[in-house]
Design a protein around this ligand. Structure first.
Ligand SMILES: Nc1ncnc2c1ncn2[C@@H]1O[C@H](COP(=O)(O)OP(=O)(O)OP(=O)(O)O)[C@@H](O)[C@H]1O
Ligand SMILES: [Mg+2]
Length: 511
């Protein structure tokens, strides 16, 4: 249904216009008003589709009414056709159009023109209404999206601002954002150009942090991590407590621009615990050393005491010199035992630096085998060697390597003490991927899973009367050669120790 408002101070004109419109436009309702003020009111209340407005009216003329309608938010979208009895001069038309009118017609009204003008106005209005509707719908979508966006932004902001991790974002060498935890750690912004004030960093870590920062800004790697010590900004004057932090830098995009995200975690507590554990570990090893040494020395020492008592009695009685010599020999042997233990402990705690010479490692293997062959024969252990004849020469300390292999053979033999049947040890040497490989395998019981990670610890032993130094010493010697010592399982389900040493062109070793 089409609603048309006609405003004219002459009732007759209104009657004519109403009749005309009703006749010519289907489903048309005509509302009328006889003054400008009333017309404005009806336009606001009724929201007609078109307004036909007479120009010449007392009190408020058509131009003023039109100007008002077009400046009012609630009516400016309604097309206005101005009707005037005056000459349709160009100045009148201009005045009318300037006041905001959409069309201009002169009286007496030409029916066809009026209908045509009304129809055009209706079409424009319908198109504008549609546009306004679409605009409103679009606005509400945008509003909804903006609401969602700010909701999700609030959510993330809450997460970031309450995070236990310090977070800062650097763009063009300036910290553009930091969360409260980061401020808590490194102090307030601005703090340019570095992400942390260099004065707060522990002097020993300044270089490390500078390197970290230059790697970060070089953008060569996407993620970089470092840890360092620093003194927090607040309370620096009086003995601020040193903190440890772990920093991770990532390249990200922030507000459509490349940026660096730095995550900082206070790891002071972890570092303190690590330090305590290290001390505890040292104390435990010290305890083990002390127990080991005490254990090793106690037996020969109590032997010495017993022999000394006997000696004293024999001496008082003027005893047999042969007997006395025999006892003295026992005492000497016990004292030598003590000396050996002490030497072994000293060897471990202050090892001699390796003397590297260019040698074929097969020679050390042969020497170790021949040294142990008598005792192995006695224990009825068969030793087999499968040595590669084409082993290259390599910088090694032959004595130390011999000591390693001898230790491994001794361990293998000791593991088979209680075993029945055929006891075997096999030693192989080979050369693979620039590495010399020596394997000592046995047919003993093997190393139980639960102690595999302990056997290389100094002073760890499962044997009574042993110090537990052997494997840790071997491990250290092999490491001094830049190599590795690993435990696997032998072909007889016993133990296999594998030494892997890189063949070097010179005798310089890694630290
Ligand atoms: N071939 C092996 N078979 C089974 N267990 C082994 C073997 N070699 C070492 N072990 C285990 O590893 C432990 C540690 O060996 P390590 O050589 O360090 O000390 P140890 O032989 O007990 O004492 P030490 O070598 O000082 O006389 C041994 O006590 C033993 O339990
Ligand atoms: Mg041993």
């Amino acid at each position: 249904m089409t609603k048309i408002l006609a405003i004219d101070d002459k009732k007759d004109n209104l009657i004519v216009i109403s009749a005309l419109l009703k006749n010519l436009i289907s489903q048309c309702v005509v509302i009328t008003a006889q003054t400008g003020a009333l017309g404005i009111k009806k336009a606001e209340d009724e929201q007609p589709d078109v307004i036909l407005l007479d120009v010449r009216m007392p009190e408020m003329n058509g131009y003023d009414v039109c100007r008002y309608l077009k400046s009012n938010e609630g009516t400016r979208h309604i097309p206005v056709i101005m009707l005037t009895a005056v000459e349709k001069t160009s100045s009148n038309r201009v005045r009318g159009l300037e006041s905001g009118a959409d069309a201009f017609m002169t009286k007496p009204i030409d029916e066809t023109e009026l209908i045509a003008q009304v129809k055009v106005a209706l079409r424009i209005k319908a198109a504008e209404d549609q546009l306004r509707k679409e605009k409103a719908a679009l606005e509400s979508v945008v509003e909804e999206r903006t609401r969602e966006l700010s909701k999700s932004e609030r959510r993330f902001r809450t997460l970031v601002e309450n995070s236990l991790t310090g977070i800062s974002i650097i763009q063009d060498n300036i910290v553009v954002y930091q969360n409260p935890e980061q401020e808590n750690l490194f102090g307030p912004l601005p703090r340019t150009p570095k992400f942390i004030d260099i004065n707060g960093i522990h002097p020993d870590d300044v270089k490390k942090v500078e390197d970290f920062y230059s790697r970060v800004v070089s953008r060569e790697e996407r993620t970089i991590e470092t840890d360092f010590r620093f003194y927090p900004q607040r309370g620096t004057e009086t003995g601020a407590k040193m903190r440890w932090v772990l920093c991770r830098a990532n390249l990200i995009e922030f507000q459509a621009k490349e940026a660096i995200l730095i995550n900082t975690m206070d790891i002071t507590r972890t570092k303190e615990l690590e330090h305590m554990l290290r001390i505890q570990d040292k104390m435990t090893s010290l305890g083990r050393v002390a127990t080991g040494i005490a254990h090793e020395i106690r037996n020969p020492l109590s032997g010495i005491n017993i022999y000394l008592n006997t000696l004293e009695k024999l001496f008082q009685r003027g005893g047999d010199p042969e007997k006395i010599r025999g006892i003295l020999e026992h005492i000497q042997s016990a004292s030598r035992k003590i000396e050996t233990v002490i030497k072994r402990v000293m060897d471990f705690s202050t090892p001699s630096a390796p003397q590297f010479v260019l040698k074929n490692i097969n020679k050390s293997v042969e020497d170790a085998i021949s040294l142990s062959s008598v005792s192995l024969r006695k224990r009825r252990i068969r030793i087999e060697k499968l040595l590669d004849d084409n082993m290259p020469e390599c910088y090694i300390d032959p004595q130390l390597m011999e000591q390693v292999i001898l230790n491994l053979i001794t361990n293998a033999a000791e593991s088979m003490k209680e075993a029945d049947g055929e006891n075997r040890i096999e030693i192989t040497s080979s050369f693979e991927n620039d590495h010399i490989i020596i394997c000592v395998s046995d047919s003993g019981p093997g190393v139980p899973g639960e102690i595999r990670d302990k056997i290389f610890d100094p002073f760890y032993t499962t044997k009574s009367g042993s110090t537990g130094i052997g494997l840790s010493l071997c491990h250290r010697i092999v490491a001094d050669h830049g190599g590795e010592l690993d435990l696997t399982t032998s072909q007889w389900a016993g133990a296999r120790f594998m030494i892997r040493i890189p063949v070097r062109k010179d005798h310089q070793q890694d630290d």
